[in-house]
Design a protein around this ligand. Structure first.
Ligand SMILES: CC(C)(COP(=O)(O)OP(=O)(O)OC[C@H]1O[C@@H](n2cnc3c(N)ncnc32)[C@H](O)[C@@H]1OP(=O)(O)O)[C@@H](O)C(=O)NCCC(=O)NCCS
Length: 152
């Protein structure tokens, strides 16, 4: 597995993963236009994971909010590459990207009905910051959570 930052011509591969992996009834998908705009921004950290044939099989998206916080927006891995190291390594890249640049905070949102994911983030040191009602397409609310790293 290799992880690299996305370039402009990775748009179609990212869109393919987005459309295949996100259930539109419960998550807002990124459109082609959204991805295109994101790929043009310096504040975007689009990490891609590649399989042994150099095909893009997953992505993690982080967006710098300012010069000390990154917002972890989304993570998706094609089904046949799930339950391996791909998701883990992609998420790690988001946190590493924050730490390497001496950022102190990672922010993310999760569905309030996703108890397993809530436990996972809690165990990873994330804390609830606020609740946002009707955040997802099916009107389920979100927990906005954050994790602080100690500044050196
Ligand atoms: C979310 C998704 C990437 C998880 O991939 P997976 O390979 O099934 O991941 P697993 O559940 O086997 O977890 C493996 C490791 O990846 C990491 N991981 C998985 N999902 C994660 C998430 N949502 N956030 C952070 N880390 C995650 C964890 O380190 C986990 O290790 P742990 O179980 O020891 O905590 C995959 O199910 C997917 O693409 N789903 C569709 C898109 C989606 O709903 N994304 C989530 C909302 S952004």
């Amino acid at each position: 597995m290799l992880i690299r930052l996305a370039q402009k011509d990775d748009l179609e591969a990212i869109l393919n993963i987005e459309n295949k992996m996100f259930d539109e009834s419960i998550y807002f998908r990124l459109s082609r236009d959204d991805i295109k705009k994101l790929l043009n921004k310096n504040s975007t950290k689009f990490f891609l994971s590649l399989n042994d044939n150099n095909e893009i099989v997953g992505y993690a998206l982080g967006i710098d909010v300012n010069n000390h916080a990154i917002w972890f927006n989304s993570l998706a891995v094609l089904r046949e590459y799930q339950t391996g190291e791909y998701a883990k390594e992609l998420f790690k890249k988001i946190e590493d990207s924050a730490k390497e640049r001496n950022f102190d905070t990672v922010i993310l949102e999760i569905r309030q009905d996703n108890k397993a994911l809530f436990r996972r983030y809690k165990n990873m040191g994330y804390i609830i910051w606020k609740e946002i009602h009707n955040y997802y397409p099916d009107n389920v609310g979100a927990y906005r959570m954050f994790k602080c790293f100690n500044k050196k």
